[in-house]
Design a protein around this ligand. Structure first.
Ligand code: GLU
Length: 295
């Protein structure tokens, strides 16, 4: 059975950008007669806002979303992430890295890699896994290709374009890349619909699925909404919170942004009527196949 999901990080209230991912993932799941889950990705307390998780759930309810089963909170999943880490260690692909940000940047420049790509400096340093430092996964020349349902064939040379990547941070927090893979598998997620800002993370996630013996879901990466300056709508660009008083205009606008053609009368109706129309008429094939679209 089709199982989709929406996986917000509670760093602030929902904005139009997050509504796009919630709406498209939910409508696709409903259209396919599947389940739609909500997972709270609350593994980065320094970036989180007090009360945001509850606010997000209340906003989803107000906007007419109904999820199947209980919300999964990543903050309660440390045992599962630890088990995955242990499996990576047993597979010989995990190592501890003690590079500072500056050392990593200098090593990338010396190796003619793009800034942000990790050059593998600590690969053979033999630092203890249970000692200080971040834990990274070896990419070992891996090239990962996958066929995104919207963006088409994607290919990434992980070692050259990303480098060995962090699965547990030096401050002890779990990396998104590990948590998302473990939980998508634990929840039986078969199909992922999310913003194209995560397209470049997908090969890392597919590599982790291979290393952990987990299935790879299908992926559909939506265009992200950008402002007049071409910046993605996000907390960092001060995207406004979704209004609680009148959900219809943002819902209608989100459907339109996603290439659907909701009739104007829906704006005069109510939220259940808009959903009834959307579930019947939703067609993923008409979503614009681009990474970004101005709002
Ligand atoms: N929690 C991530 C975010 O809010 C999304 C994770 C995902 O959809 O894979 O950006």
């Amino acid at each position: 059975m089709y199982i989709g999901r929406f996986a917000p990080s509670p760093t602030g209230p929902l904005h139009f950008g997050s509504l796009l991912a919630a709406l498209a993932s939910c409508l696709e799941a409903r259209r396919q007669g599947g389940h739609w889950l909500v997972r709270m990705e609350d593994i980065d307390p320094p970036r989180e806002m007090a009360g945001a998780a509850d606010l997000i759930l209340r906003t989803l309810e107000r906007y007419g979303f109904e999820w199947d089963g209980p919300v999964l909170y990543q903050s309660r999943r440390a045992d599962a992430y630890r088990a995955a880490l242990e499996e990576l260690r047993r597979g010989g692909v995990l190592y501890a890295c003690r590079c500072s940000r500056r050392e990593a940047l200098e090593a990338a420049a010396a190796a003619h890699l793009a800034p942000g790509v990790y050059a593998g400096t600590c690969r053979s340093a033999g630092h203890a896994i249970d000692g200080p430092g971040a834990l990274r996964v070896r990419t070992d020349g891996r090239v990962i290709a996958f066929d995104d349902r919207l963006q088409g064939m994607q290919r990434q040379n992980l070692e050259r374009e990303v480098g060995d990547f962090v699965v547990r941070r030096a401050d002890g927090l779990w990396a998104y890349q590990l948590a998302v893979v473990v939980d998508d598998a634990a929840q039986g997620v078969t199909d992922i619909v999310r913003g194209s800002d995560l397209l470049d993370s997908t090969p890392r996630q597919i590599l982790l699925q291979h290393l952990l013996g987990l299935p790879t879901p299908t992926y559909l990466h939506l265009p992200v909404a950008v402002n007049a300056a071409g910046e993605k709508l996000s907390k960092q660009t001060y995207a406004p919170a979704l209004p609680m008083d009148n959900p219809l205009p943002p819902l209608w606008q989100a459907l339109t942004f996603l290439g659907q053609q909701p009739p104007a009368e829906l704006l005069e109706g109510d939220v259940p009527a808009l959903w009834r129309w959307a579930v019947v008429h939703w067609d993923a094939a008409t979503i614009p196949a681009t990474r970004a679209l101005p709002l």
